[in-house]
Design a protein around this ligand. Structure first.
Ligand code: DGJ
Length: 727
């Protein structure tokens, strides 16, 4: 088909007619989102926003910018590589040099190919001797993934200081949301208004981190769960990173994300190629819920793969039950009790290997502790399996304790820079996975564990950050992350049916890239149901419930020493991948009955929770936290209402239930609640229940969404579960 070329005016860029495939303008389209990219003479995203039902390429002429006075004489595009050479004075996408030369590359498009909704743009800077290959893929979910590959075409190494993916967002995206956190308090959202300059999120901890989850959301002022335009990005990378939202002096804005390189860490030899991590981007004009639902759908369609496609089994993890005190007879009693409670997978945590009696020693010595397990692990495993459960085990392969046989034999295997004292964290150092012998040793030991024992599940921990990570005298944080991926890749290829959990002192390594190799995250070491409500809500912006490890812990949480009822703990663990984190042998009868009840409730509802659309609902009182799931066919909805603090108002107001079919009628059913107390004589917060809790109510989806359902007055730190079932 011949392509028609339009000349808009003498100074304009050229636009092609209907034949996108042939030349300059390309459109990626999905049911919710479209992206329009101009590719000549350089690549520039012209549009990233809602799906366009009536798009024609000529439309893009409306976006040709004026040139302001008192500045450069021409237009300065925010290109895909955001080059300063175009007169863009913000952070460029690429910084580096060849011994001081070739330091300001500008790329011109050489070749473009589109295959379905994937676009590959090859461009070059012949002067600097660099080639850039940009890949953009828009999935049906509406999530756009982007990465660049840079190749050094010339003699002499090209030192890479920064290499980022840049995505422009609308000028009206004035508000930025990010997540701060710490150990035992991950995924805490915070916001800034960005009128000028930039907002930077920088992580130098060597793992994804509790502190700086690699994501930014830019949106229209005051965007909320159900309203506003939002552009959210997440960098799939488990090492150091930098994300930025920049408001240019001309009012344009862009998001930028990159793996962060330490000085001297990254150089490209002649012919070598470096890829940025994938950047995942989701735009929604329906607020944050729309953004999250697209991310969840994308992960379900393209990344999350459970061997055998099994429902997510109820776990029992031994850590907060027995810690390092491993006695096989007792562990088998725990397994017997666990099976009776409905547990489907039993996991032995830290403490099973040689000399591991506390957290001061033995990391690296991946041999069974024969003093604790004189008959080996098999009797315990057989016992677990005979009870009909899967068996899982904890490891922390990337670490080495100074007090370990491994360190005594190989003191040079530590990831460090010579000439400096080595900092310990949790009394441990990091093993240098860039040493082939160290890598092979780990591979051999892990293969022994998984090959000689019928292990179904591995909890892969990583309990400290990297300080001065060095290999052969040079910085090696990036290389260490890549070796960690390689180790998991080899193990997964050898043991394709084993599931892996990514744990790093709880939520220290949660990202899309590690999820391509794992099946679950331990969201936090904090099992306090009150804290978990906010942590899990924060995590839900990017991750669906089925990969979010959520356990019922002891009545008194070991992290905070707070106490919560079994109902509050049980319901809080329901909207994730549920487990128990305790000793069922020593649990009282009432507690044990609670564990059993919530394991059964989880099994009843997990299919809906793990496949439906997740909704977070804003209530008048910020301490009333509501989330729910509605099935894809809208026949069922399940909503959890958690009262996190003393209510602000004497009445909680109506829950306007999102996601239901407006035309259908739904029966409202109270599924679970604390022992709701009514009193007329002081104490507690409610005298009379809302009507629907006495007399059954059904209503249209439209009514429930628009008018809502009156909620009961809940005491602080309690929750109720409500189902909406189509009649
Ligand atoms: C940190 C993890 O997050 C805990 O769940 C537990 O596995 C301990 N490590 C064991 O050392």
């Amino acid at each position: 088909m011949a392509s028609e070329t339009f000349r808009i005016n003498s100074k304009s860029i050229l636009f092609t007619g209907d034949a996108f495939m042939e030349t300059r303008l390309y459109r990626l389209t999905s049911p919710t989102t479209d992206v329009v990219i101009k590719t000549q003479p350089f690549a520039e995203i012209l549009y990233w926003g809602p799906h366009l039902a009536h798009f024609s390429p000529q439309d893009c002429a409306s976006l040709i910018r004026p040139v302001a006075n008192g500045r450069l004489d021409g237009d300065s595009p925010v290109t895909l590589m955001a080059e300063n050479g175009h007169g863009l004075f913000g952070a460029p996408g690429l910084e580096g040099h060849r011994n001081g030369f070739d330091a300001s590359p500008v790329f011109a498009t050489r070749e473009v190919s589109q295959n379905g909704q994937t676009l590959v743009i090859t461009s070059e800077d012949a002067t600097a001797g660099l080639r850039l290959v940009s890949e953009l893929a828009l999935s049906d979910s509406g999530v756009l993934k982007v990465r660049h590959g840079l190749t050094n075409l010339r003699d002499g190494a090209w030192q890479v200081d920064r290499f980022a993916v840049t995505l422009p967002v609308a000028e009206r995206a004035f508000e930025v949301m990010a997540f701060h956190g710490r150990w035992t308090r991950e995924f805490q959202p915070h916001r800034v208004t960005l009128s000028h300059d930039g907002f930077v999120l920088e992580n130098r901890r060597g793992r994804t981190s509790h502190e700086h989850f690699p994501a930014l959301i830019a949106g229209t002022p005051g965007f909320g769960e159900q309203h506003g335009d939002v552009w959210g990005v997440h960098l799939g990378w488990s090492g150091n990173h930098r994300l930025k939202c920049e408001a240019k002096t001309d009012g344009r804005r862009y998001l930028q994300a990159e793996a962060l390189y330490l000085p001297g860490e990254m150089a490209l030899a002649t012919g070598e190629t470096l890829h940025t991590p994938w950047l995942y981007a989701s735009h929604s004009s329906r607020g944050l819920n729309g953004m999250s639902q697209q991310f969840h759908r994308f992960l379900r369609d393209e990344i999350i793969r459970f061997p055998g496609n099994k429902p997510r089994p109820v776990h029992l993890n031994t850590w907060e039950g027995i810690y390092f005190d491993h006695q096989p007879e007792y562990i088998m009693r725990m397994a017997t009790e666990a099976a009776a409670l409905g547990v489907e997978r039993f996991i032995i945590d830290d403490g099973w290997f040689k000399g591991r009696n506390d957290d001061h020693a033995a990391l690296g010595d991946w041999y069974l502790d024969e003093q604790k397990y004189p008959d080996g692990l098999m009797p315990v495993i057989h016992h677990v399996k005979n009870l009909g459960m899967e068996f899982g085990i904890w490891v922390e392969p990337e670490m080495i304790n100074p007090d370990s046989d491994l360190y005594r034999a190989h003191p040079d295997w530590v990831l460090a820079l010579p000439g400096y004292p080595k900092t310990t964290g949790r009394h441990q150092w990091v093993l240098n996975l860039n040493m082939p012998d160290a890598f092979d040793y780990l591979l051999e030991r892990m293969s022994w564990l998984l090959g000689e024992h019928p292990v179904d599940y591995v909890k892969w921990d990583m309990n400290r950050e990297l300080v001065q990570p060095g290999h052969a005298g040079k910085a090696a944080a990036d290389a260490q992350t890549r070796q960690f991926y390689r180790l998991l890749d080899v193990l997964r290829a050898r043991f394709p049916n084993v599931e892996f959990e990514s744990c790093a002192s709880g939520g220290g390594r949660i990202d899309f890239e590690v999820l391509t190799r794992t099946h679950r995250f331990w969201a936090s070491d904090n099992n306090d149901a009150l804290e978990r409500n906010t942590i899990q809500r924060g995590m839900s912006y990017f991750f669906p419930p089925e990969v979010m490890g959520a356990h019922i812990g002891n009545p008194r949480c070991h992290a905070t020493f707070r106490q919560h009822s079994i109902e509050f703990r049980g319901l809080t663990a329901l909207f994730g991948h549920m487990g128990l984190e305790l000793d069922p042998v020593s649990a009282g009868a009432q507690e044990a009955a609670g564990y059993q009840r919530y394991a059964a409730l989880y099994k009843e509802w997990r299919e809906l929770i793990h496949t439906g659309d997740l909704w977070r609902v804003e209530m008048p009182d910020a301490a009333t936290q509501v989330q729910g799931v509605v099935s894809q066919d809208k026949t069922q909805g399940l909503f959890l209402v958690s009262q996190l603090a003393m209510p602000d108002y004497t009445l909680p107001g109506a829950l306007r239930v999102p996601g239901l079919d407006p035309q259908a009628r739904y029966q409202v059913r109270l599924v679970d609640h604390p022992n709701i107390q009514l009193t007329g004589a002081g104490g507690h917060t409610m005298r009379q229940l809302p009507g629907w809790m006495n007399e059954p109510v059904s209503a249209s989806g439209e009514w429930l969404t628009q008018a809502g359902l009156q909620l009961p007055v809940l005491d602080p730190e309690t929750a109720i579960l409500i189902a909406f079932e189509r009649v």
